[in-house]
Design a protein around this ligand. Structure first.
Ligand code: ADP
Ligand code: GLC
Length: 495
């Protein structure tokens, strides 16, 4: 009989409750597949203002909970319990009006991080642990995600080392190495774990407190979201200064590719698109293309290649490179649709391009799940020129929809997309190696050329793309394996 694990997943976002990016997709869906494997899995999130108690039918767990936060003293919060929709998986919400009762998750209206993000997430991390004690739920594994919860492994090895909770193993998943939670050193007083931990091995980085670094040092095991990215973050180019720290723990680091949610992203059943289609009968895709062109006010034309983009418009995603190349790219006989929000300059820049060439480029600056689905279904190519991409989800969706990804060969993009081979017609997309405006232009040109001049190869590639699967079943089994190893390690370490 397999070992049933008690697993607590702690994160700053999860679908459907709160989302800024792929982290939310992962935290919302991984628990379902762990539960299917028979584990007792639960999730903790902050109760941000937008998470409605009524909509999600949250129930209050009686009595306020106190969390000792060093120099801040005891910080009190409420606890609400809900479920991941259509499951029995408990989600606990930490409610603290001053920290989480605001419109946005991380940033103010100008796009800058909130001034008190250090205290907000240090508190949230410790509150996750206090919650275990309050619920008398002692997990075998506590799974932290990114810098916002990276203090959890640190607390488990310090404040809680002599507590029953200190027996829990910890796993920290790095979804993005760029964001590390770097703060003024005074945060040490708030963490309350003693200044002896402010050293170059543990939490100190450039005279600041670096929460991700602390988590990397203290967690029982580490994972990141693709094998490629697991290798990359050990190099200066992708390590954002922590490559040496990660390298020290290379043997404890596992690359586990995210799965794709094929219940939501499936052209055969998609509710948002005008016509469903499948690999066997792809005829509906052309109607989706017309519908997309209509949605973005572009001329309806079946015979022009449409390139789709759904992205946070930030430099990570290569939008600055795209901006540099955009007018050259638009000299091709193509159409581009952009859905995204992010750095303000990019809204103006691409918005201007759309005003200038309305027959070639359409934009929507905002968040729209419906449009995201329409773009996957209606486009011929999907553009992701990311500078780095730990995993990336959209290229997996686009494969499923037969929209061939044009991607930078990095991280998860490199692991999931196979480059077109002109001799054998193998491949599922087009890859850029060294990313710059010229190489991006060249690679898009290659895709455009193939579209117009090699219809048979295009057809073959679309079939190959649509047959690819990256399932959560597989990924969840890999997490299960890592959890089991972590539990053994923790046991051995505290004996
Ligand atoms: P990241 O987490 O770095 O933003 P991912 O590819 O892992 O990148 O995940 C992005 C997720 O956010 C995907 O589910 C994608 O469809 C979604 N997304 C991003 N921007 C938008 C948008 N403007 N409208 C709708 N969905 C979006
Ligand atoms: C991060 C990465 C993205 C990844 C997501 C989920 O936001 O930028 O590549 O897919 O986390 O792991």
């Amino acid at each position: 009989m397999k070992n049933k694990l008690k697993i607590l997943i702690c994160a700053s976002e999860a679908v459907p409750f709160a989302k800024t990016g792929g982290l939310a997709d992962v935290v919302g869906i991984l628990p379902k597949y762990l539960a299917k494997l028979g584990h007792d899995v639960r999730v903790v999130l902050p109760r941000y203002y937008m998470i409605s108690r009524e909509k999600y039918d949250l129930k209050e767990i009686p009595e306020a909970m106190g969390t000792p936060m060093g120099s801040l003293g005891e910080v009190w919060c409420g606890i609400w319990e809900g479920k991941i929709p259509e499951t029995d998986i408990p989600v606990y919400f930490i409610e603290h009006e001053a920290y989480f009762g605001r419109e946005n998750i991380y940033n103010d209206e100008t796009g800058s991080g909130f001034m008190d993000n250090d205290n907000r997430f240090a508190f949230f991390s410790k509150a996750c642990l206090q919650l275990c004690k309050k619920l008398d739920f002692y997990p075998d594994v506590i799974h932290a995600n990114d810098w916002q919860t990276a203090a959890i492994p640190v607390f488990l090895n310090t404040d809680y080392a002599n507590d029953k909770l200190g027996k829990s193993a910890s796993v920290l998943t790095i979804h993005n190495m760029q964001h590390q939670g770097n703060f003024y050193e005074g945060l040490m007083d708030v963490l309350g774990i003693g200044w002896e931990h402010f050293n170059f091995l543990e939490l100190e980085f450039d005279n600041q407190v670096n929460l991700l670094k602390g988590g990397i040092y203290h967690s029982t095991l580490l994972t990141t979201v693709s094998e490629g990215y697991a290798r990359e973050i050990q190099t200066p180019e992708y390590g954002w200064g922590l490559d040496g720290v990660v390298k020290e723990r290379a043997n404890d680091l596992f690359g586990i590719l995210n799965g794709c949610d094929y219940d939501e992203w499936n052209p055969e059943t998609d509710k948002f698109i005008v016509k469903n289609y499948s690999a066997q009968d792809i005829s509906g895709k052309i109607e989706c293309k017309r519908d997309l062109q209509k949605a973005f006010n572009l001329p309806i034309n079946d015979n022009i290649p449409v390139f789709g983009i759904v992205s946070r418009l930030v430099r990570q995603k290569g939008v600055d490179i795209l901006a540099e190349a955009i007018y050259k790219i638009l000299s091709f006989d193509i159409q581009i649709v952009i859905l995204g929000e992010g750095e303000v300059w990019s809204h103006f820049y691409f918005g201007d391009a759309a005003n200038y060439l309305p027959q070639k480029i359409g934009t929507y600056f905002g968040y729209s799940n419906e449009l995201a689905h329409k773009i996957e279904a209606g486009s011929d190519f999907f553009l992701m020129p990311s500078k780095f991409e730990p995993c990336g989800l959209n290229q997996m969706y686009s494969l499923r929809y037969g929209s061939l990804p044009v991607v930078r060969a990095t991280g998860g993009l490199n692991d999931t997309v196979e480059n077109f081979n002109e001799k054998t017609w193998e491949g599922t997309g087009f890859k850029v190696g060294n990313l710059n405006a010229n190489s991006l232009y060249d690679t898009i040109g290659w895709a455009v050329y193939t579209y117009y001049n090699n219809k048979h190869a295009m057809k073959r590639m679309i079939e190959q793309a649509m047959a690819k699967r990256f399932t959560w079943e597989d990924s969840a089994k890999k997490y299960e394996n890592v959890y089991n190893i972590a539990v053994q390690r923790r046991k051995a370490a505290i004996k």
